[in-house]
Structures are given as C-alpha cells and as structure tokens.
Design a protein around this ligand. Structure first.
Ligand code: MLT
Length: 408
C-alpha cells in the first residue's frame, strides 16, 4: 500500500468547524423542532453588495463576447485589481505597498496554510494561543511538530500565551524563531494590537531575523482610529512581514472567494548560503500551484473599492458591528465577562461558574439553542471561553442574547 504523510496522523482531532457542524447536525436530528441560532463559524449572512453583483454580472456578460473573453489570467491577479488594492487599501492610509507586491488568491485560509511551504522544513514556528487553528494544523501537516500533548499542544511549536491579563495580545518571545503568526483584529478573541505593541513585534522580528505572518482579515472592522490596519503602518515592517488580507469578511466574499497576500520586495530570507527575496519563492509557489482567481470575481473585488462599493460595504460592516455591540452589552448585563466585539466581529466570553468550553457549548446548544465556538478549540489558553460571532441576522442575534439570559 502507498505510504501516506505520517504527519497527518499527529493531528489531534478533525478541523474545528466541521466538528462543530457535526455536533450541531446530530443535535438537530435528535431535536427536529429546535430553532437553532448559529453564531459559531464566522460566516457572513447579508447578501452581496449590489455594486459587487453588478460588476460580476457585467464581467460574466463580457466573458460571453468574442472581444471580452478571458482565459487564464495572470496567476498573481489582474493589474486592475492589484492596482486598486495598492491605491485604496494602502496608499490611501499612507502605506507603501506596490501592486507588484500583491498576490491575489482564493482565500486567506489557503494563503496562511500555503505559506508554510516556503519556509525550511525544520523552521521554528511561534503561534499565539488561542489561535486560528489553520496556523497550527498546517504546520503539523508540514512536519514541523512532534506529537500532541494532553492540552492539545504540539511539541516543537512555540506557543505565545494570550490571556485576560495581557489583553490576549502576547509579547514577542525571548527566544528566536523563524516565523511568528499574528492576527489582528484577532480571531478568536476580538483583541486588537496597539501601534506600540506592533512596533515591539516589528523591532523584535528585525532584531532576531524572524518573519511575521500578519493576518489582517478583519481589519475592516477596526473603528478606533489609533489602531493600525496594516503591519506596514509600522516603520521597518516591509523588511520583516508578510500580510494576509481577505474580501471574505470585508465584503461578504466567503462564498465567492477572493483574498490577497502582500510580500514586500524588501523582505529577505536565507536559502542555503544565499540571501534571497522571499517574494521570489512565493511567486514561484503561486505560479506553479495556482491559476488565478476568476475574472468575474476579480472584477467584483475591484467594485469593492468604488465609491458606491465602499458605501454599501460600510453599511454591512456597521450592521455586523451593531450586532457585536448587542452581544457584548447583552452578555455583560447578564453578568458575563466579555472581551472583543469593539474593533472585531467576535465576542470572546468567559464561561460562567468555571464550566469548561465544550460544557458551555453544550449548555448553550441544549438550553438556548444557540451555537458558539468553544474557546478550547482554539488552543489550551482558549479553555474556559466561548466565541460568539457577530455575523448573524439582527433578529437572531437579539433572540440569541435573550435565550442565553434564560439559560445561565
Ligand atoms: C472562523 O469562524 O474562525 C472563520 O470563519 C474561519 C475562516 O475564516 O476560515
């Protein structure tokens, strides 16, 4: 029989969200009349912005003509989209990112998993805890870890603990690593990093030679003007960071698929004895394994940056953030300790009475018919918390808070 990748055998459990889906489906099967409200996986619920639909529709019509047909596009993305991104997501905030440093893709989940390929097989990796599970699982698959322990931690990874005392924003570690993942606004805790905290990370990375993998998928949800949206707002970050951005949560593209990665020209790494541009490796991977996002989807993404697109998208983000406020304030009134939900669409709730994460998940599912995501699914430091997503319809969010109140 063919030998398989032994590292998959180390994975402690199935991927978190399918596992939750399986448990919810089993509950629904046993309780067919239960009207379950899902605030688990962070998936958008509002329809696409009309500006996005119009752009996609007209791109499809264009593809149906002799003159407007497009076959394979550039793997890195069409210039029209890369230029719109450079202009609106970066130049508009005074940040220096050029179109040629932008690689358009089909999602940040794929990008943050794929990026593991360009680092040494034995690269030392630091991850926050709690953490978006993709960062951990893809490094396990790549063989960079040993086995998992009883707390769900893999030997070989450096875990950076986030907790209520450090505002779920760990400091740079004392020891050197090759790669450190950061995600701000944070999934799952909804925490944000201040400019000073990001400066500390950039200074540390430059001093130790580490590369920061900065996941900014939720940057559009930042409302505090003092909080940086991009790691490149910090001087020196072009020499030490890769940034991931997505249209999924910003513009409701979870079902459409479009994202991008920024790999600055100034970012270098070691290839044997040579110092090389990281961009060249990412470009090599991308052009070998990816054939580009479809033309209609890239036109739809471009429409996000038009005046109309920006207005319509802002309305949707405001809607979700009003949900976050309802959840945050509602649960606070119920006496729960809550974090996040101010500059991020996730509310991170301390479980009451010392109940564990999965216990609280079961209690909310069975009692309130509300689905959250158990904090323990995001790492050992997530134990004792539960994440609620603000991506819901308003009446469901209000009803969920009301039902939780009767269940505690
Ligand atoms: C989440 O709920 O954490 C996200 O939806 C997962 C993702 O973006 O892949």
């Amino acid at each position: 029989m063919a030998r398989l990748n032994e590292h998959y055998g180390k994975l402690a459990a199935g991927y978190l969200f399918p596992e939750i889906g399986r448990r919810v489906a089993a509950y629904q099967k046993d309780h067919p009349d239960a009207r379950i409200i899902k605030l688990g996986i962070g998936d958008v619920v509002l329809p696409l912005a009309p500006a996005v639909c119009d752009a996609m529709r007209s791109a499809v019509d264009e593809m149906g003509t002799e003159a407007g047909f497009h076959g394979y596009g550039p793997e890195q993305g069409y210039d029209f989209l890369r230029e719109a991104i450079a202009k609106h997501d970066f130049a508009a905030c005074g940040v220096d990112v050029s179109a040629s440093e932008i690689f358009v893709s089909d999602g940040s989940k794929c990008d943050s998993g794929n990026v593991t390929e360009i680092f040494a097989a034995d690269a030392r990796v630091a991850v926050p805890d709690p953490v978006y599970p993709v960062y951990v699982d893809t490094n396990v698959m790549a063989g960079r870890t040993g086995t998992v322990d009883a707390r769900g931690r893999y030997a070989g990874l450096l875990y950076l603990e986030g907790n209520a005392s450090n505002g779920f924003c760990p400091e740079p570690p004392k020891e050197a690593v090759d790669v450190a993942y950061l995600c701000f606004p944070n999934n799952p805790t909804g925490a944000v990093a201040s400019r000073a905290q990001l400066e500390a990370w950039v200074a540390w990375a430059r001093k130790t030679g580490a590369i920061l993998l900065f996941d900014a998928a939720y940057e559009a949800y930042i409302s505090d003007p003092a909080i940086p949206h991009s790691i490149y707002e910090i001087a020196g970050a072009r020499e030490c960071a890769i940034e991931f951005r997505s249209f999924s949560k910003t513009a409701g593209f979870t079902g459409i698929r479009c994202a991008y990665v920024v790999v600055p020209d100034a970012l270098e790494g070691k290839l044997g004895d040579k110092t090389v541009q990281v961009r060249n490796l990412w470009n090599r991977r991308h052009t070998t394994k990816f054939n580009g996002v479809s033309y209609p989807v890239q036109r739809a993404a471009e429409a996000v940056f038009t005046e109309r697109g920006r207005r319509e998208i802002r309305e949707r983000i405001d809607y979700y953030m009003a949900n976050a406020k309802i959840i945050r304030e509602g649960l606070t009134k119920l006496g729960l300790d809550v974090f996040g939900g101010v500059n991020a669409p996730y509310v991170w709730v301390k479980t009451p009475k010392g109940i564990d994460s999965w216990g609280f998940f079961d209690r909310l599912l069975d009692g309130a018919k509300v689905v959250g995501t158990p904090g323990a699914g995001f790492g050992a430091c997530g134990e004792g918390y539960l994440r609620l997503s603000a991506f819901g319809k308003r009446d469901n969010v209000e009803e969920a808070v009301r039902r939780i109140g009767t269940t505690l």
